[in-house]
Structures are given as structure tokens and as C-alpha cells.
Write a protein that binds this ligand. Structure first.
Ligand code: LLP
Length: 419
């Protein structure tokens, strides 16, 4: 269940009719439901209630909007960040530095130093080289960096290849068979407080078995390290739980996931950490768009909308499915292709899809657009950066302005020597 329902003939976000937002802000525009975000945050936390020690760090990359982060901070969430920019957002939103986890395979020396200065709670090291460098930077600053070591368990998450991270051929973490030796070497470095292990095998995972296998392997690694006298008090299990993108999709729920983790981790005696992104934000947002025109096609009509691959990149990048629905449905259905205005064939949202009948000027939404939507937007074809709105009951507010092409043009200059 989400809070985007037809009330009195028009789709509402909670109790705000989407046509009101479209009229005031223009289209395309992302609209988030505060109630859905809060409910997802609470459901995910409740799903982990059987675990005695839990830390939840929201994966900022899925939706870094400041208002979204503030809401999650109020729900008691920390943040999983992968850049100085994301770190600064999490802190600006009011998250405690100690609740922030810094992940990512290419943290620069500057980012490591900035994160140490900010007092970030945990670095998830992706390599021995990174650990050695962080130890040196921390020692030179007279501080100690709290870390885990990210391990690549060589498990296939069974998701799209471009969002799979736990196979040996992926760039993430250190190989499972050398992880113990690296852990032992890094734990001896002054400047580091190595306290645990981390794993993340991929995103939009729709079957719990690969995650279970990875977590079992991580538990075995932890037990082996402890037998050798190493201290391992934290286990970060990453994110990855998938969400339904198509009406009727049946996926493991947060409760199923929590029960699986509780079973695998029952003897761990460790703080278990999580980095959920999509499961919190995905179904809490829609992208509202207007139909520019409906063009005759040889097999079926082309519904040309004013949103494009620069606003919602997932269909073009991962062949992702986003349900499409008219904001004021008539009950009639058509089979059509749905495309944006950008000058490439990859600017296609759907082919041969049965959808609500729409005409030029009608409003429609792409659903499940709250995760990896606005954050992956760009200005290709000199289009605006898409704005974002948050709804709360019958209130709504713009939480990110549309950045017009003129503002982007104003940041460019022609050097004298060209004239
Ligand atoms: N932790 C780490 C280390 C990650 O790399 C990710 C996602 C997450 C947590 C959060 O995963 P989630 O719970 O959201 O599945 N742009 C792609 C998804 C890329 C995910 C990258 N890492 C998409 O639109 O499907």
C-alpha cells in the first residue's frame, strides 16, 4: 500500500490532488509522500526487532533530498554515504556524525580526512590499500578511525548485472579467501579501530536466498577471526532488499528479510548494521509528467511525455519497469509506447504497454520513482533539473527547486582567447 490513490477522480498524494501540484510547480516533478516514507522506515525497523543490537543507516544515494534525510533522521535513522557531498547532506539534515557510515570503493584522501574531521562513525574499507591510507591520515590527525572491512562473498544476487556487487568480478570489497589475512594485518595498524565486517551483494534483490548465503559466509568468517583472537563486534549487511515495481509483484517483505537475518545471526553476538535505500524510498515517490502529444505509430501510438531519461534514468539504464498511470483515468485502456522527448531511442519508458488511455495535455505518473529517481537526473539536451515536492496530509512543499537551463548556462563561460 502507498499513499498515491485516486480520490474523487484524480490521483492524490496523501490528500493533495496531483493536478494542484502540477499546476503550481509545472511538470515533470517528483512527488514524495511523507506518510509512506515514515511507514517504510518504521516497518523496516520493526522487521529487525528480534535482533538485540541494530544500527540502520539509510543509503543516501537512493534519495539524498534534504527533507527526506531530515524525516529519516527524525525516525532515528543514520546514513550510509559514499561521498563528501552525501556526508554533508546527512549532517545538514541533522544526523549525528556517529550514526554515519562512509562506504565506497574510491574514497579520496580529502574525503577520508573530511570524514575523520566530522567524526563519522564508521568507514567501510573496500581494500587493504584504503585501510593503510586511512590509518596514516588518522594517525597524522591524532585520531582513530573506526572501520569495518567490506568483503566480496562471491555470491550472485540474481539482480540486474549493472546493480550486482557481490560477485568476484565486481570491484567491491576484498576477496573472501584473503579477507581474514587482510583483517588481521589492518587490525594491527595504529590509527584504525577495526571492529567488524561489511557486505552488500546488490540492489533490487527479489529472492532472499543469495543474501542468506552471503550472510552465512560472513558469519563463518567472523567466527574464524574470533577464533584467531580478533575482535569483531559489528556486522554490516548492506542494503539491497527489492521492492515491487509492477502492480501484483510478490516480493519478500521486510518481515521476511528480518526473520531470515535473525535466523542466520542468532549466535553472532554482534551489532548488526543495515543500509536500506530503495525499500524505504522507492514506493514513496512518483514522477508526475504531462503528455505532450500522442503520435501515430505503425504498430501502436507513441505517447510522448514531458519527462525523459534525464529525469528518470532507470528504464534507459537498466531496462527498468515503472508502472504508468493516468492522474485522471477514464477507465479506457490503450496499448502504446511511452517515450520522452530526448533525441535518442533509449529515451523509452515502455514499449507495447497496456496503459490508461491518455491524450495531449493529460497528467500521468511513473510509479515507484522515489529511489534512484531525482538523484540520477541530469540536464542532457539542456533540460531543467527536475524539482521535488513532499506531501504531508493535505500540506505540500517544494523540497528541491527546478534548476532551469538558464541557471546552468550562467555557470559556463567562453574564454577570452576564443574571441
Ligand atoms: N549499501 C551499499 C554499499 C550500496 O552500494 C547500496 C546501493 C546500498 C547500500 C543501498 O541499496 P538498496 O537498499 O537501495 O538496494 N541506481 C540503481 C541502484 C544502484 C544501487 C547502488 N548501491 C537503480 O536505479 O536500480
Amino acid at each position: 500500500m502507498d499513499h498515491f490513490q485516486i480520490i474523487g477522480g484524480a490521483m492524490n498524494a496523501e490528500h493533495v490532488p496531483l493536478p494542484d501540484i502540477a499546476r503550481a510547480v509545472g511538470t515533470p516533478v517528483y512527488v514524495y509522500s511523507r506518510a509512506t516514507l515514515s511507514r517504510h522506515a518504521q516497518v523496516f525497523r520493526q522487521a529487525l526487532a528480534a535482533l538485540p543490537k541494530v544500527h540502520i543507516a539509510f543509503a543516501v544515494k537512493s534519495n539524498p533530498n534534504l527533507a527526506v534525510l531530515r524525516l529519516l533522521a527524525k525516525e532515528g535513522y543514520g546514513a550510509d554515504v559514499v561521498s563528501e557531498g552525501e556526508m554533508n547532506r546527512a549532517l545538514a539534515a541533522g544526523m549525528a556524525p556517529g550514526d554515519v557510515v562512509f562506504s565506497g570503493v574510491g574514497k579520496t584522501a580529502r574525503e577520508l580526512a573530511a570524514a575523520l574531521k566530522a567524526g563519522i562513525g564508521q568507514f567501510n574499507l573496500e581494500s587493504e590499500e584504503e585501510g593503510v591510507e586511512l590509518a596514516q591520515i588518522a594517525a597524522s590527525m591524532g585520531v582513530v578511525a573506526t572501520c569495518t572491512l567490506r568483503v566480496n562473498p562471491d555470491v550472485d544476487a540474481g539482480t540486474h548485472a549493472k546493480i550486482s556487487t557481490g560477485k568476484a568480478e565486481n570491484k567491491f570489497g576484498v576477496a573472501y579467501d584473503v579477507a581474514g589475512a587482510i583483517y588481521t594485518r589492518l587490525s594491527a595498524l595504529p590509527g584504525l579501530n577495526l571492529r567488524g565486517l561489511a557486505v552488500h551483494i546488490g540492489s533490487q534483490i527479489t529472492d532472499l536466498e543469495p543474501s542468506r548465503q552471503a550472510f552465512v559466509k560472513m558469519g563463518a568468517l567472523m567466527a574464524g577471526l574470533r577464533e584467531q583472537g580478533q575482535r569483531v563486534t559489528h556486522m554490516d549487511l548492506g542494503g539491497g532488499l527489492g521492492v515491487p515495481y509492477k502492480a501484483g509483484d510478490m516480493l519478500p517483505t521486510p518481515a521476511d528479510y528480518g526473520a531470515m537475518v535473525a535466523e542466520v545471526a542468532k549466535d553472532w553476538d554482534a551489532t548488526v548494521m543495515f543500509e536500506p535505500g530503495r525499500v524505504i524510498t522507492g514506493n514513496a515517490g512518483v514522477l508526475v509528467t504531462q503528455v505532450v502529444r500522442v503520435k501515430q505509430g505503425s504498430a501502436r501510438p507513441w505517447v510522448v511525455v514531458d519527462a525523459a531519461m534525464n529525469d528518470l534514468a532507470r528504464p534507459a539504464m537498466y531496462d527498468a519497469w515503472h508502472d504508468f498511470a493516468a492522474v485522471q483515468p477514464t477507465g479506457d485502456m490503450i496499448e502504446a509506447n511511452i517515450v520522452g522527448p530526448i533525441c535518442e531511442s533509449s529515451d523509452t519508458f515502455a514499449m507495447a504497454r497496456t496503459i490508461d488511455a491518455v491524450q495531449a495535455g493529460d497528467l500521468a505518473v511513473f510509479r515507484t520513482a522515489g529511489a534512484y529517481g531525482a538523484t540520477m537526473a541530469n540536464t542532457y539536451n539542456s533540460r531543467a533539473l527536475v524539482p521535488e515536492v513532499m506531501v504531508d496530509g493535505d500540506k505540500w512543499a517544494i523540497v528541491a527547486n527546478r534548476i532551469e537551463p538558464a541557471a546552468i548556462l550562467a555557470a559556463e563561460q567562453v574564454p577570452d582567447w576564443l574571441d
